[in-house]
Structure formats: C-alpha cells, structure tokens
Ligand binder design. Structure first.
Ligand code: FMN
Length: 375
C-alpha cells in the first residue's frame, strides 16, 4: 500500500515537473501551456489552430514556433513594430543592433539603449543583437546584456556602414574568420543563452567566404546563422543570391535563416523551396506591410484595414516614444503604409510634414472616410 502511494506520489511529482518544463519551453517559444487540454497554444490568436507541440526549429534549446522573422532594422524594428509583427505571425524578435562601444560609454540604461532593449515577454524568443570590434568588450557586454533576460544573443556580422565595417565590426569581421572563431567560442562559453550570428556573403565579390564563416560559426558553438545573401560591397544593390543560402544550409546542421529580397508571400514559398532554409527573415518589405507575417500580400488588404492597423501602430509608437518624438519617428512608417489608391500620394505628402498628433489623426480619419465612400 505504502509502495503504491509512493508510486502515485512519484507520478504526480514527475507530471508536475513535466508540466513545469513544458510550460517553460512554451513560454520561451512565445506560447502557453493549457493545463486542462495539455496542449501548447501559441499566443497569437490567428495561429492558435495551428498550434502543436512541434516547434518549427530550435535555437539550441529554445523552440521557435513559426518560420517568419522580422529582420533587425535600426530605426524600425523597435518594440511597437515588433509586437505588431508578432501578433500577425512573426515567430521571434530581434532588437535593432546595439553597439557595445556605446554600451561601454553610456551603459545599458541610457535612454536610447534602454528603449532598444525593451521587450514584451510575449515576444519571446527574444534576440538581442550586438555589434563591435573589440573581443573583450563584446564578451563582457554580452554577459551584462544577458541579465536583462533575452533568450538569445546575436552577433551582427553583416552591417555594411563604412565607419562600422572598416573598424572591423559588422561585415568588417568577415575579413577575419579566425577572430570570429575565437569570439563565438568565448561567447558560447561565457553565456547561458544560445549565441547566433547574422552574416553577409563576404566583404566583396572576390572574397565571398560565407561557407568558411558558416562552418566556423557552427564549429565554434553558434546555434543559428541568418544569411543576408549579399556581400558587404553590394550594400543593397543587385539581387540577393539565394543559391548561397542553399550552400550554407547544406554545409551546417544548425538552423539557417534565409534573408534578402523576400517581398511577397510567393517569395516566402520560393526561398523556402529553393534553399530549404528553416526560417525566412523579412526586412524592408515588412515596413508598412506587417501582414506579410500573416502570409497576406498588402494588395489583398482592404484600405480601411490598412488605416486601422496604421492607427494601432501609431498609438503604440506615441505611447512608447512620447507624443512628439513618437509622431516624428512614425512618419517613415506612415509613408510606407499609405501606398497606392486614390488620394494616397497627397495624404503621404501631408503626413510627412505634419508634427501635430491631432492633425495627423484627423487626416487619417478623413482619408478613411473617403475610402468608405469610394469603396
Ligand atoms: C533601415 C535598415 C536598418 C537595418 N538595420 C540592421 C540591424 O540593425 N542589424 C542587422 O543585422 N541588419 C540590419 N539591416 C539589414 C536587414 O536586417 C536585412 O538583412 C536586409 O534589409 C535585407 O533583407 P530585406 O531584403 O528583407 O530587406 C537593416 C536594414 C535596413 C533597410
């Protein structure tokens, strides 16, 4: 009898532990565990019926539920925009890149950096992206940032901006694969959370060393590679070379995220079919077009729905940055939301010059009303 009790106790105890473990995994994957039905549910209502215990891929032990990811974009991928994209179906969140030189000068609590690193727990898995050229500083900064609670720390090896790349940070580090090996090995030893990297194909056309870099990243302990399929010297010119992503995917076992020139829902299917990548990262085409994460092209979205979402985004922006700065910073998003259709060009022009929230909203209301009449 006592033995049976003990067995029952043991079962209950281990089920409790199992639940706690599933719960933790689900939380980190931006999901929740339904104790009653024993199902893992995604937090995004539009994806709930797709929920399953099967993550799309793992970043070491961090499950990722879904295959579309908003690219880190300085000046764009802030908390208000990321949260909106996540609600529509993006699977994980990257911060805008954060300079470790800036961190060492100003600390992680200065206003701009604090905002860049602010996230909503529902965004998990949350990736903090850092860049720099000094190995000690990168490791020390990553260790400190880890305490702010990201699930993953990502090293930017792709930034092409001259003053960053020429100092050996961002894509500049692609010229020194041995340094990448040392750094990733040190980061993976120093951090509890997985370490990942986002690369370009190389410095220029003559030095496309992405395969060497990808192998080094994996061997040194990186848990995911995101590949923007252009060289540094290309900047944003030319067409992203998705065949290079195919090669990276075949060369490593860790997840590979394909990036570059994904503009439509059809492109998502194309890059996945062509490259076999585990995830697809979307940057410029998501601005003013977060519906892409719900696999809907913007020309299929009713104008009134576009304006409604724009207003929701604006409200979050104002709350996050304060009324004045929030509006000024939002104008570049508004420009991208309002595209095509009757009166769009005139509205865009007027919005770009407006620095009064009430006036901005009045113009949007007027435009929405005119759409209702004409629609
Ligand atoms: C305005 C802007 C800011 C960017 N900032 C970052 C950044 O902070 N970190 C990063 O890794 N890449 C950054 N990128 C590059 C994007 O993440 C992405 O690799 C690139 O835009 C190609 O993807 P796309 O064709 O989908 O736009 C930025 C791109 C743009 C346009």
């Amino acid at each position: 009898m006592a033995w049976q009790n003990l067995q029952t106790f043991d079962k209950i105890w281990s089920i409790g532990k199992l639940r706690k473990w599933i719960n933790e995994l689900a939380e980190r994957g931006g999901a929740w565990y339904n104790q009653r039905t024993m199902e893992v549910m995604t937090k995004d209502p539009s994806r709930r019926n797709l929920s399953s215990l099967q993550p799309t891929f793992f970043v070491r032990d961090v499950p990722v539920y879904g295959d579309l990811i908003l690219a880190p974009m300085d000046g764009y991928s802030d908390l208000p925009f990321r949260a909106l994209c996540r609600e529509l179906g993006a699977a994980m969140s990257y911060t805008e890149f954060v300079s470790v030189d800036g961190l060492s000068r100003r600390g992680e609590h200065d206003e701009i950096t604090r905002r860049k690193l602010q996230f909503d727990p529902r965004e998990r898995p949350m990736v903090f992206q850092i860049y720099g050229h000094d190995e000690d500083l990168l490791v020390e900064s990553a260790r400190r940032l880890q305490d702010l609670g990201p699930d993953i720390i990502d090293l930017n090896l792709g930034c092409y901006v001259r003053k960053i790349a020429e100092r050996g940070a961002g894509s500049g580090m692609l010229r020194d694969p041995a340094k990448i090996a040392r750094l990733i090995a040190r980061l993976t030893r120093a951090l509890r959370v997985p370490v990942t990297a986002k690369i370009r194909l190389g410095w220029d056309e003559r030095t496309r060393n992405y395969l060497e870099v990808a192998r080094i990243l994996e061997e040194s302990g990186a848990s995911l590679i995101a590949v923007h399929a252009r060289t540094k010297s290309q900047g944003y010119t030319g067409i992203a070379d998705w065949n290079a992503i195919v090669e990276v995917k075949q060369a490593v076992k860790i997840p590979v995220v394909g990036n570059g020139d994904v503009k439509t829902v059809a492109d998502i299917a194309r890059i996945k079919a062509q490259t076999g990548c585990d995830g697809v990262m979307i940057g410029r085409a998501a601005v003013g077009n977060p519906w892409i994460f719900a696999r809907q092209d913007r020309d299929r979205i009713a104008p009134a729905e576009k304006i409604a979402l724009l207003r929701r985004h604006l409200a979050r922006h104002l709350e996050f940055y304060g009324a004045h700065n929030g509006l000024i910073l939002f104008r570049k998003h508004a420009y991208r939301y309002v595209q095509g259709g009757h009166g769009a060009a005139a509205l865009r022009h007027a919005l770009m010059r407006c620095d009064e929230v009430r006036e901005f909203e009045r113009m949007l209301d007027e435009y929405a009303a005119s759409l209702e009449i004409s629609g």
